[in-house]
Structure formats: structure tokens, C-alpha cells
Design a protein around this ligand. Structure first.
Ligand SMILES: Cc1cc2nc3c(=O)[nH]c(=O)nc-3n(C[C@H](O)[C@H](O)[C@H](O)COP(=O)(O)OP(=O)(O)OC[C@H]3O[C@@H](n4cnc5c(N)ncnc54)[C@H](O)[C@@H]3O)c2cc1C
Length: 451
């Protein structure tokens, strides 16, 4: 049994290692970076930039903890070198894992030439490989609008920004979804003036308004200018400035503009038509709950599948597909439930949620119990001099089963794991309340919220 995987991001890598461990012969074709272009050229560098901004913010946090005189100056070259180091460290780690599982790794471009044949174009030429099963995990890339011409200097896509050649004096971020707000946070915490074009009346339009309000408050405190209810229709460079014009006639001029308007799938040139694989109008490859496309032995995963665009979800899809390829995926509970995926926004404070959202429950007319406690009442948050935010737990009032939750605050991305496990395992609020947790710890707020 040979599985050929095109694209070595979180989806392809996880499927490759798991399938190889299960005894499948695996060939993985990657054209750029083992670990994934979206993952290692966007997700990880963006978090590394945010970590540096967080360290700068820590200088202010510790000022209230009996430490005076701590200052820091950003060294852009050192930051650039650090990010390059993180990326190459993770790529090498990925390669080692694949090699240890005897996965055949080809550096080059992959495409289907028929339902059971994949062509790999490498520096050594073309090779046609017979495949019993194929996984398409080619990921996505930043979406570019017709009204802007990114030049990598002043008009940036996300991938030009880790960090740009010079720190923007005034950055105009276009797009207020998860990526947009992370960039606002990233650059404002590095000392840049930032304006944000928000197409709706709230940043993070799909999030709980209470959660979005905490973030907006933080942005306004930092002096971020919010242009609400406006869609960008042009971004024009004029020497050292960029002017972003909105559909309501407003315009904002900064030193740089950054496009954070989503991504598009890498589905062209993959030979999908040669194998009869369907794509939807957006270029995504639809899959069933096993990860199969309309051609049963051809799977798709990760951003290409148009499900949740998260590295964690991509890797889990890869894991499930590896099991399905070897026929071990028959049990119903092994199917992925995307509604139970935890996600985080790495802003200050951090925002994380999982499972059922309060607004969705109300929209469905579903009875829920919502309990919420602020971190201001949590000893550890006060000791750490950062008592912002809250924990909210949503449960079934009849059974006490935990259906979802949101956390805004320090280490929210870590803390949400407890609620994620509870949601996946069907735990009740009493299971958290009766767990004997550490004191003083931020996690105590979870038990308080569950009570
Ligand atoms: C700015 C930003 C921040 C993000 N932050 C987070 C975050 O905090 N947490 C999170 O979970 N997710 C985050 N994501 C999303 C995450 O990066 C993606 O969801 C994830 O990387 C998708 O994995 P993938 O395997 O589908 O694709 P990728 O990681 O893109 O990997 C696909 C690979 O396929 C290769 N490829 C494409 N076509 C071919 C071909 N024809 N032949 C050979 N190789 C090919 C590409 O080179 C690439 O390496 C972020 C994304 C962005 C843009």
C-alpha cells in the first residue's frame, strides 16, 4: 500500500508519520518548506513576533511588581534572525520525524496525472509514482485583492511582515478578523502607530461581542484608530506613504499597509481534473467526514479542504486520514467534529474559545447555563499583575454537561485546553468543580466559573 502526499504542512506531515507508523509506504512531496508554508512562514513567525511584543509589554507589567528601570530596545535584525532560527529549527525537527518513520521525502512540485498516478517534478526531473491512496494537503496562501499591489516594502501581505525591512511608523491594517487583530496587536506592542479598517461595527465580527469588546477597549487604550463599518477599496503607494481609501469615502494615510483579508487554497496546477476530483467555486476540495474527496482513494486535508483553517485541525485531519487509509477508521466517535476545535487569538489579552458559542445557542433557541467569573477575583492573576479578562463556561442546565467556553486573559490559549477536553469528553461542570487544582493558579478561575 503506497500513500502519496502532496504538501508537507501540518496535515501532510501528520498523515505521513502516522500512516508510516501504521505500516504504509509513504512518499511526501513538498515544494517549499517541510512543516508547511502557511504554518512555518505565517503561523509560527506571527506568534514569534507576538512573543517579542509580549516581552516588551512584560517590561511594563513587571514595573508594577517591585522592579524599576527595566527597559528594552527592539533590534530588528536580531528579531529577524531569531524568527529564521525558529523556522529552521522546526523544519529540521519535522524532517527528522519523517526520516525516522522512513517516509520518502521529495523536494519538488506534485500533481495528479491520473486517479492512481502522481507526478513529482524535482531538480532531478519528473518521476511518476503509482499511488494506492493520495492525500492532497497543499494548503493556502494570502489572498490578494484586485485593488492593491503588494510590493513587499510598503504594501505588505502577512508573509512580508516578520518583520518588514523597517518598522512601520504608522501601519494601516486592512481586515479585522483573527489575522488582522493579531497584526494590530503585534505592531502596536512593538511601538508602531496602527489604524485598523474594520468592515463591520465590531472587530472579530464572528466572535462573542463581549469578547470583542475587551479587545477593542485594549486597542483604544493603546491609541489604535478603528475605522468601523468601512471596506477598503484602494491601497495606493505614494513615495514613503500608503493611502488606504474606504468605500464610504474615508481615507487613512500611513507609512505602510498590511493586507489581512484571508487566504485562498492552493488547488491550481494540481491536476485535479486528470483524476476527476471536484473543487468548489472557491477552489477548495470538498471532503466527507473521513477526509475523502468525491474520488474515494483521494483524500484532502488542511486549508485546502475548506474546513477550519488551523494547524491543529489540519494535523488532526491528517491523523484521521492515516487511520482511514489503513482501514482503522470505522468507529463513529473517531470522526472529526469541527465544532469542538479550540482556537485562540494571540492578542493582549489572549482570547480563546471552544465548542458552543452563547450567540449560537440563543440563535438556535437552545437552553443553556452561562457562568462567568473575572480574573480580577483570581489570586494568581493579581499576583502576576495582569487581572484582565474572564472565564465563561456554557453548559446544559439539565445535565451539567459542558458545551463550550471562552477565556479572555493571560495564558487563555493554554487554559482553554481544560474546557476543550471537557467538551470532547462530555464532562460535567461538577467534574471541574471537584478537581483539586493548584493554588494560586489561573486555572482556579475555571473551577469558579464552572460552579
Ligand atoms: C498569519 C497567519 C497566522 C496563523 N496563525 C495560526 C495559529 O495561531 N494557530 C493555528 O492553528 N493556525 C494558524 N494559522 C493557520 C495555519 O497556518 C494553517 O491552517 C495551516 O498551516 C494549514 O496547514 P496545511 O497543511 O493545510 O497547509 P500549509 O501549512 O500551507 O502546508 C501546505 C504545504 O503544501 C505545499 N504545496 C503546495 N502545493 C504543492 C505542490 N503542488 N507540490 C508540493 N508541495 C506543495 C506548500 O509549499 C506548503 O508547504 C495561521 C495562518 C496565517 C496566515
Amino acid at each position: 500500500m503506497r500513500l502519496v502526499i502532496i504538501g508537507g504542512g501540518p496535515a501532510g506531515n501528520q498523515a505521513a508519520t502516522d500512516a508510516a507508523r501504521l505500516g504504509v509506504d509513504v512518499t511526501l512531496i513538498e515544494r517549499d518548506i517541510v512543516g508547511g508554508a502557511a504554518n512555518l512562514r505565517d503561523c509560527v513567525p506571527s506568534k514569534a513576533m507576538i512573543a517579542t511584543g509580549g516581552a516588551m509589554a512584560d517590561l511594563q507589567r513587571i514595573a508594577g511588581m517591585g522592579i524599576t528601570g527595566a527597559t528594552g530596545t527592539l533590534d530588528l535584525d536580531a528579531l529577524r534572525a531569531r524568527i529564521a532560527g525558529i523556522t529552521s529549527h522546526l523544519e529540521a525537527a519535522n524532517r527528522r520525524i519523517l526520516e525516522s518513520q522512513q517516509v520518502e521525502l521529495l523536494t519538488g512540485e506534485g500533481r495528479l496525472s491520473g486517479p492512481h498516478t502522481v507526478v513529482a517534478t524535482t531538480t532531478e526531473g519528473e518521476r511518476t509514482i503509482h499511488a494506492d491512496a493520495v492525500l492532497l494537503s497543499t494548503g493556502s496562501r494570502p489572498r490578494l485583492p484586485a485593488w492593491a499591489n503588494p510590493d513587499g516594502e510598503r504594501i505588505l501581505t502577512t508573509r512580508d511582515a516578520y518583520p518588514p525591512a523597517e518598522l512601520p511608523e504608522h501601519l494601516v491594517v486592512i481586515g479585522s478578523g483573527v489575522t488582522g487583530v493579531e497584526f494590530v496587536h503585534m505592531f502596536s506592542s512593538l511601538g508602531c502607530q496602527v489604524s485598523l479598517v474594520v468592515s463591520r461595527e465590531q472587530v472579530l465580527p464572528r466572535k462573542d461581542p463581549e469578547v470583542a469588546a475587551v479587545l477593542e477597549e485594549d486597542f483604544l487604550r493603546r491609541g489604535v484608530r478603528l475605522l468601523k463599518g468601512a471596506r477598503a477599496v484602494a491601497a495606493e503607494r505614494n513615495g514613503d506613504t500608503v493611502t488606504v481609501t474606504c468605500d464610504d469615502g474615508r481615507a487613512v494615510t500611513g507609512s505602510h499597509a498590511l493586507l489581512a483579508i484571508g487566504s485562498i487554497p492552493n488547488s491550481e496546477g494540481l491536476g485535479l481534473d486528470r483524476a476527476g476530483v471536484e473543487v468548489d467555486a472557491g477552489g477548495y476540495v470538498p471532503i466527507n467526514h473521513h477526509g475523502q474527496t468525491n474520488v474515494p482513494h483521494i483524500y484532502a486535508a488542511g486549508d485546502l479542504s475548506g474546513k477550519l483553517p488551523l494547524s491543529s485541525v489540519a494535523a488532526m485531519q491528517g491523523r484521521k486520514i492515516a487511520e482511514h487509509v489503513v482501514g482503522g477508521h470505522s468507529v463513529a466517535h473517531r470522526h472529526l467534529n469541527y465544532d469542538k476545535a479550540a482556537s485562540a487569538i494571540f492578542t493582549e489579552p489572549e482570547i480563546a474559545d471552544v465548542g458552543l458559542a452563547e450567540a449560537d445557542a440563543f440563535a438556535e433557541g437552545r437552553k443553556i447555563r452561562v457562568t462567568k467569573v473575572p480574573f480580577a477575583a483570581n489570586a494568581r492573576a493579581v499576583i502576576d499583575n495582569d487581572p484582565r479578562g474572564f472565564v465563561k463556561i456554557i453548559s446544559d442546565p439539565a445535565t451539567g454537561v459542558i458545551l463550550g467556553g471562552s477565556i479572555v486573559g493571560r495564558h487563555a490559549a493554554e487554559l482553554i485546553s481544560v474546557i476543550a477536553v471537557a467538551v470532547t469528553a462530555g464532562l460535567r461542570v461538577s467534574d471541574i468543580v471537584e478537581s483539586m487544582l493548584v493554588h494560586p493558579a489561573l486555572a482556579e478561575a475555571l473551577a469558579d466559573a464552572a460552579e
